[in-house]
Design a protein around this ligand. Sequence first.
Ligand code: ATP
Ligand code: SF4
Length: 285
Amino acid sequence: MAHLDSPVARRLQSVKNIIIVLSGKGGVGKSSVSTQLALNLYASSPTAKVGILDVDLTGPSIPRMLGLDGHGVHQSSDGWVPVYADGSDARLACMSVGFLLKKKGDSVVWRGPKKNGMIRQFLSDVRWGDLDYLVIDTPPGTSDEHLSLLEHMAPVHSRLSAVIVTTPQAVALMDAMKCLSFTRAVNLPVLGLIENMSGYVCPCCGEVSNVFSTGGGAEMARKEGLRFLGSLPVDTELVTLLDAAQVETEEEGPEKDGRGIVQRYGSTSSATLFKGILEKILEER
Ligand SMILES: Nc1ncnc2c1ncn2[C@@H]1O[C@H](COP(=O)(O)OP(=O)(O)OP(=O)(O)O)[C@@H](O)[C@H]1O
Ligand code: SF4
């Protein structure tokens, strides 16, 4: 039982599972995997309640991926109210430093103590309510932000686990190994490894081309005794959905075809592929 004398433990007492998404390198698709994980957990049951917290303070991309750029968070007497994804029936909540910036494109230039304070506030001041899952998107590598996050969440450590994202290239795998050593050093259980951008599916004929080497993620998982959760190919449909969500929001309204992000993602081939990954994640929990 968590010590409820900590503000973080009190705030997170109704959050059943917390999954931290890590990657050794930037640009491997950690934020898109975090977003897809949250969307798939949301879709896993008609009553599932999911939160996604973006602690990538200097490069927040979750609001854009969920089509929520430009939203602000409301401060209530009981803390910050998260922003809910379109079409999610208030079952997919999001919090990010991106909601606190004055203008889209502004950058956060903060020193360590201010970043640490922001992370503490995200964990202790957001009114998540009851959640089945809280997915946390982190900055690339293993930085002070990761240490702050784990330090503040020490009272809820038994509910924490991690997923590591890599791409197939050797340099990304080497960085993923550093990430794994970090999880071991801080005693954070790892649910498994996902290899992203593993091959390219031709949108015309469906032929898969292995642009980079392939199978490195599975091999690393095997050697390290980790579960290999699966591979996700480069999917142009996914980029259109996640990267263009905001352009559509600004130019044509957030529900261009009458569906929210959760419904639009649900009909992509990535969503179908991710289901297999989610099944393995849920088996590990
Ligand atoms: N499987 C995929 N297929 C196609 N595009 C992808 C895939 N995964 C990620 N991308 C795209 O690659 C870019 C980088 O992805 P993302 O922002 O998720 O990476 P990241 O690891 O979180 O980066 P960083 O931590 O450096 O901000 C984005 O434009 C994203 O839409
Ligand atoms: S895989 Fe076939 S259909 Fe696709 S781009 Fe290459 S040649 Fe064209």
